[in-house]
Design a protein around this ligand. Structure first.
Ligand SMILES: [Zn+2]
Ligand SMILES: [Zn+2]
Length: 495
């Protein structure tokens, strides 16, 4: 994914529902059902296995008055009526053999055969498709309910992205794929039942569906993309039907069936602590992304990889990494603002781009085993005073808390809260890395030797107190480096 640098430029961003456990365990599945209470549209549902009990409550509709439609007093659902005899507000095509029609009450019906067209995906920076879904563009009636009819085989990329009044979606068995960002930002989506027949759920498919409480994966799902339930802040469980052979749910947390990968921890679970089960080897991409209530995660010995953006924007305060961890991927602990300290065990080999960007860490020691540190790994850590390296590290060195390549030719990262107002880049350094000094609020005077011939992207940006730069080389040499600094400090030249 291309979240890397963008993450560093983005900034930040939370619910509860009564849980009732009943002591019943059943059907080979050895768990106690964890019930999420019935809502207007869903019966009491187990957040682990998706089993239901009783009926949905049904809406408590208050009659229409004047030009106001009938509304449910409990959930705010606006009655869209049925498509028959309704006035059509807009219609068109949305696939080679698909047509759509939207009533003036907000009921969208998609009919025909085959896949739906793909639309703009704002989370995919590489996506060149700039076409908005036809029902989301220039039409005064919001989509409140969508009925996808039998024969349609996919929900296209970004198809319902930003449909903030979409309450319910009905999907037929013919839909095999829900593509990337299909329901992104559907913050009012209460009711989506995934039917048997669905095989693939794309990247960020339900991103920020902040009302969803339980999603139940049918037996047929065999592919799950990058972090499909990211920022679903009310989600208490990703339930998996007991016949699914690819995935399993333990306490509402989604894993591969063999329990080797933890895929998604639901954003609305209210526990403050979580212990990842023994046997897990990989914490999946985005697994704990934006989880609001969790403060402490225990990672067992055996975990080797912390996936991309695994803890991004989470509220964790402490995490203990076992000696088995070798890879901390891009953005893994980005913007963990409450994470004040972390100990990297000997054995960690690589830290990805933006791995700890924007986190609350105050210091960090790179063990001897670290051979790769990505761009902006420690950028915007406003409490970070020093970056140190353990004895024996062949790739990196630290001088006065600043991180360099072992040969001292590259200055890689200057901690944003490093004590002192003045800093002199050591003579012999030839490059200053991307975002190396970014956000160093206390730095006032910076001396750069003539040996420096390249200054990376945004390396000196957001240094609010930086008034003077003393460059050892000539004005021409400085100009050649194309250094961009928004708050334009005085640059003094030495040659
Ligand atoms: Zn259950
Ligand atoms: Zn209701």
């Amino acid at each position: 994914m291309n979240m890397k640098k963008i993450l560093c430029l983005l900034l930040a961003l939370t619910l509860l529902v009564a849980l009732v456990s009943c002591g019943k365990s059943q059907g080979g599945e050895n768990h106690t059902h964890v019930w999420v209470e019935a809502t207007c549209t869903a019966p009491k549902t187990c957040s682990i296995c998706g089993e239901t009990e009783g009926k949905a409550l049904g809406h408590d509709m208050q009659p229409a008055t004047g030009d106001q439609p009938a509304v449910c007093s409990r959930c705010g659902y606006v009655d869209v009526g049925s498509a028959e005899n309704a006035n059509v507000a807009a219609s068109g095509t949305c696939g080679e053999n698909l047509t759509w029609s939207l009533t003036d009450t907000g009921l969208l019906t998609v009919s025909g055969t085959g896949p739906m067209e793909d639309y703009r995906d704002i989370l995919d920076m590489d996506n060149t498709n700039t076409k908005d879904p036809p029902w989301a563009n220039g039409i005064s009636v919001p989509v409140r309910a969508a009925v996808i009819e039998d024969g349609v085989t996919s929900v296209g990329v970004g198809a319902f992205s930003g449909c903030t009044e979409l309450y319910s979606v009905s999907l037929p068995a013919s839909v095999t794929e829900i593509r990337s960002s299909a329901f992104m930002g559907c913050s009012y989506l209460h009711d989506v039942s995934l039917s048997e027949g669905l095989t693939a759920i794309g990247d960020y498919a339900f991103y920020e569906c902040s009302t969803l409480q339980v999603v139940t994966l049918p037996d047929s799902v065999t592919f799950i993309g990058f972090d499909p339930f990211c920022r679903c802040s009310a989600l208490e469980g990703v339930a998996v039907k007991s016949g699914n052979r690819k995935y399993t749910s333990v306490d509402g947390v989604l894993f591969t069936a063999d329990m080797s990968t933890l895929i998604a921890y639901p954003g609305g679970k209210d526990a403050a602590e979580y212990a990842i089960p023994q046997g897990v080897q990989v914490i999946g991409d985005g697994a704990f992304d934006s989880v609001a209530n969790l403060q402490s995660v225990t990672i067992p010995e055996g975990v080797t990889t912390i996936g991309e953006t695994a803890f991004l924007w989470s509220q964790i305060q402490s995490v203990t990494l076992p000696a088995s961890v070798t890879t901390i991927a891009d953005g893994a602990f980005s913007y963990c603002v409450n994470l004040q300290s972390v100990t990297l065990p000997e054995g960690v080999e690589s830290l990805g781009d933006t791995a700890f960007c924007g986190s609350g860490i105050q210091s960090i020691v790179l063990p001897a085993s670290v051979s790769s540190v990505g761009s902006s790994a420690f950028t915007s850590c406003s409490a970070l005073e020093k970056i140190e390296t353990a004895d024996g590290n062949q790739h990196f060195t630290s001088v006065d808390g600043v991180l360099f390549s072992a040969d001292m030719t590259a200055l890689l990262a200057y901690p944003a809260r490093r004590p002192g107002t003045d800093y002199t880049v050591p003579d012999g350094v030839t490059s200053i890395g991307e975002m190396a000094f970014f956000g160093s609020a206390g730095l006032e005077n910076l001396t750069i030797p003539a040996s420096v011939t390249s200054v990376g992207l945004a390396a000196l940006e957001f240094c609010g107190s930086l008034g003077d730069i003393y460059f050892g080389g000539s004005e021409t040499q400085w100009a050649d480096m194309d250094v961009e600094i928004t708050n334009s400090p005085n640059v003094h030249y030495g040659a």
